[in-house]
Design a protein around this ligand. Sequence first.
Ligand SMILES: NC(=O)C1=CN([C@@H]2O[C@H](COP(=O)(O)OP(=O)(O)OC[C@H]3O[C@@H](n4cnc5c(N)ncnc54)[C@H](OP(=O)(O)O)[C@@H]3O)[C@@H](O)[C@H]2O)C=CC1
Ligand SMILES: O=C(O)[C@@H]1CCC=N1
Length: 273
Amino acid sequence: MALTDKRIGFIGAGAMGSALINGLLKAGLVTPDQIYAADIHRERLLAWQEKMGIHACADNGEAAAAADILVLAVKPQAMEEVLEEIRERVNGDKLIISIAAGITTTLIETFLPGVPVIRAMPNTPCLVGAGATAMCLGKYATTAHETMAAAIFGAVGTAVTVKENLMDAVTGLSGSGPAYVYIMLEALADAGVRVGIQRDIAMTLAAQTMLGAAKMVLETGEHPGRLKDMVTTPGGTTTAGIYALEEGGLRVTLMNAVMAATRRAQEMSAGQK
Ligand SMILES: NC(=O)C1=CN([C@@H]2O[C@H](COP(=O)(O)OP(=O)(O)OC[C@H]3O[C@@H](n4cnc5c(N)ncnc54)[C@H](OP(=O)(O)O)[C@@H]3O)[C@@H](O)[C@H]2O)C=CC1
Ligand SMILES: O=C(O)[C@@H]1CCC=N1
């Protein structure tokens, strides 16, 4: 879907807000003059205005008033204050997209009655067009709004719609997931160095191996267990490596990580700071 006639506002241009802004510009879905961004660190936005041509708004109200689609990308703890600040500048003609972990569509609708809301959980690889986003619709969002949000997140990766009761779980899996993968990559590169490979070469080999393995799963549709078996020559090297992984409890450690992050998202949804 083309968004050429839409103005896209961002409130919060930190790690995730800036990954989305830059990812959307790289993807060519929107031009810089369609972006209206606000952040308490306005000097950062003024530098981007100078360099890339986006609009650095004076405050959150200006971004809210200018935008047709307003992305809320502040920390969950700042959300109520921001919603209070923008409530007079938002009406049912605008689409609100919140990417905040643990902030429900109901909470947003309490501050912005009757306004279409989409809650989304993207991840930082949106910056390089390889994001994974899950989203759900609030009470007043229609399929037309879903199509607009899917165009935004689809331009910077893969986007799926889920029921809201799964949003904390996707936060634990794909929202936080890149951090788990970076730790695995760092460990693989450290291991490469440990067995004598130069660090930059070890990192390139480890990252490309992870990318290649992920592409194999997505493009062949094969079960990862079957793809693992293709790598594992009887009596060979891989089976020795897998034995060490299983002994170290990698599977259960990863499952615990996703479950712990999901629980934290649930605590935040329940109002615990
Ligand atoms: N990082 C990630 O991978 C992902 C994050 N998210 C969600 O995105 C949101 C932002 O996270 P992230 O980008 O990591 O956080 P950041 O802290 O990096 O970004 C938030 C930005 O908003 C600024 N800010 C704080 N208060 C206000 C305010 N009242 N008005 C305008 N701007 C304000 C922050 O300034 P200051 O730093 O001084 O507070 C910061 O620059 C969170 O709700 C998070 O749950 C979702 C998916 C992935
Ligand atoms: O750590 C966090 O709370 C945010 C949400 C998902 C990724 N980062």
